[in-house]
Write a protein that binds this ligand. Structure first.
Ligand code: LLP
Length: 420
């Protein structure tokens, strides 16, 4: 369920018409519904209510805006971070350091030190050497780093290749059959408290079967580690639940996911950690845009909008589908291609799609843009960095400014030797 609906023939986010935000803030603009974020956070938690000990760490990468993080902190979520920048955001939004998990395959020594000094709750190690370095850095400082070892269960998540992470040829985690040996070597080091294991096999998963297969392998590993005398108190099951992007998409509900997890983990006797991203954020945001031109094309016209691949990269990068909906639909439809102003053919949001009929000057939105939308935006073609607005009830606020080309140019220099 979300809070994007039509009222008096016009798309609203909660109680605010999209046209009002577009008039005040301009387009393109991301618009988030705080109530939808809250609801998704609650539904995910309720889905896991049969599990005894649960820690929820929202995967900040999906949507790191600090207003969003503030809402999720209110809902009792901690954070899964993959850089010190994300850690700083979580802390700035009021999340407690002990509720922060640090994932990521390339944490630098400086990042490990910053996270140790902040006192974060868990480091998810991606290779043995990282564990040895972390132990040493912690020990030197008189600290003990809480950690898990991320294992690669060699499961095909059945999702887009660019967002699959759990096959053995992917860069993530350690081979599951080598985990015991690594555990033996790392667990004895001063400076580290190896509490368990972590896994994450991919994103936008439409089927629970690969998750179940991965979790079963992790369960076998937990038994094996215990058999070898290790104390295992935590297992991090990652994120990955898919969301519907178009009508007719059927995705596993959090309740079905929770039921599967409860069944697979019933004898584990650990604290289970989760890192949901897209399932919380995806359908809590839209990207509002204005139609610049409707340009005649060979088979269909091109609807050229003022949003582009630099604002919403997913279609160019993963051929992802985002529904396109007119803010004031007339009831008429048209066959069209939808593209942005950036100078490459990849800047295309859709080809040969039946959409609401639109003309120059009309407003529309790309739906399901709350996850991996604004956070992946760039200033390519010297376009401004897209702003973000949050709505709650009848209020709205700009929660990230549009960063103008002038501001970006002001951060650049011509070296002295080139000045005449
Ligand atoms: N935990 C780890 C270790 C991850 O790598 C990810 C996502 C998550 C949790 C959250 O996964 P989620 O619940 O959101 O599926 N930019 C891509 C998605 C990249 C996902 C990367 N890792 C896209 O736009 O589809």
């Amino acid at each position: 369920m979300d809070h994007f609906h039509f009222s008096n023939g016009e798309l609203h986010v909660e109680d605010v018409p999209v046209s009002r935000i577009a008039a005040e803030v301009g387009t393109p603009v991301y618009i988030y519904s705080a109530s939808t974020f809250r609801r998704h956070a609650q539904v995910f938690r309720e889905g896991l209510s049969a599990l005894p000990r649960v820690h929820l760490a929202y995967a900040i990468k999906a949507n790191p805006n600090i207003a969003v993080l503030r809402v999720l902190a209110d809902e009792g979520y901690g954070a899964d971070v993959v850089s010190v920048g994300e850690m700083r955001r979580a802390l700035a939004a009021g999340m407690k350091p002990e509720d922060i998990v640090f994932s990521g395959v390339g944490k630098t020594r400086a990042e490990l030190v910053a996270a140790l000094e902040a006192g974060i709750g868990q480091f998810n190690l991606e290779l043995e050497e990282e564990g040895a370095v972390l132990a040493e850095l912690a020990h030197e400082r008189g600290l003990v780093a809480p950690a898990t070892l991320r294992v690669n269960p060699d499961v095909d998540a059945g999702t887009h290749a660019k967002i699959s992470t759990g096959r053995k040829e992917n860069k993530f985690g350690v081979p599951i059959d080598q985990a015991l040996g690594m555990f033996d070597r790392l667990a004895g080091l001063p400076g580290i408290d190896l509490k368990g294991v972590a896994c994450h096999i991919g994103s936008q998963l439409g089927d629970l079967a690969p998750l179940e297969a991965a979790y079963k392998r992790v369960g076998e590993l937990v038994a094996e580690l215990r058999g070898a005398g290790h104390r295992i108190t935590r297992v991090d099951l990652g994120g990955g639940l898919g969301v519907p992007y178009k009508p007719g998409d059927v995705m596993p509900a959090p309740a079905a996911y929770g039921e599967m997890v409860a069944r697979v983990t019933k004898d584990w006797d650990v604290e289970l950690m989760f890192e949901p991203g897209r399932v919380i954020a995806g359908n809590a945001g839209v990207l509002a845009t204005e139609v610049v031109w409707v340009k005649p094309g060979v088979a269909n016209p091109y609807v050229i909008v003022d949003a582009a691949m630099n604002d919403l990269m997913r279609p160019a990068l993963y051929d992802a589908h985002h529904d396109f909906v007119a803010v004031r639909p007339t009831g008429e439809t048209m066959m069209a291609n939808i593209a942005g102003p950036v100078c490459e053919t990849g800047d295309t949001f859709a080809m040969n799609r039946e959409i609401d009929a639109v003309k120059s000057g009309d407003l529309a939105v790309f739906r399901t843009a709350g996850a991996y939308g604004a956070t992946m935006a760039s200033t390519y073609n010297s376009r401004p960095l897209v702003p973000e607005v949050m709505v709650e009830g009848d209020r709205f606020a700009v929660v990230a400014d549009r960063i103008a080309a002038e501001t970006i140019i002001a951060a650049e220099r011509v070296p002295e030797w080139l000045k005449k």
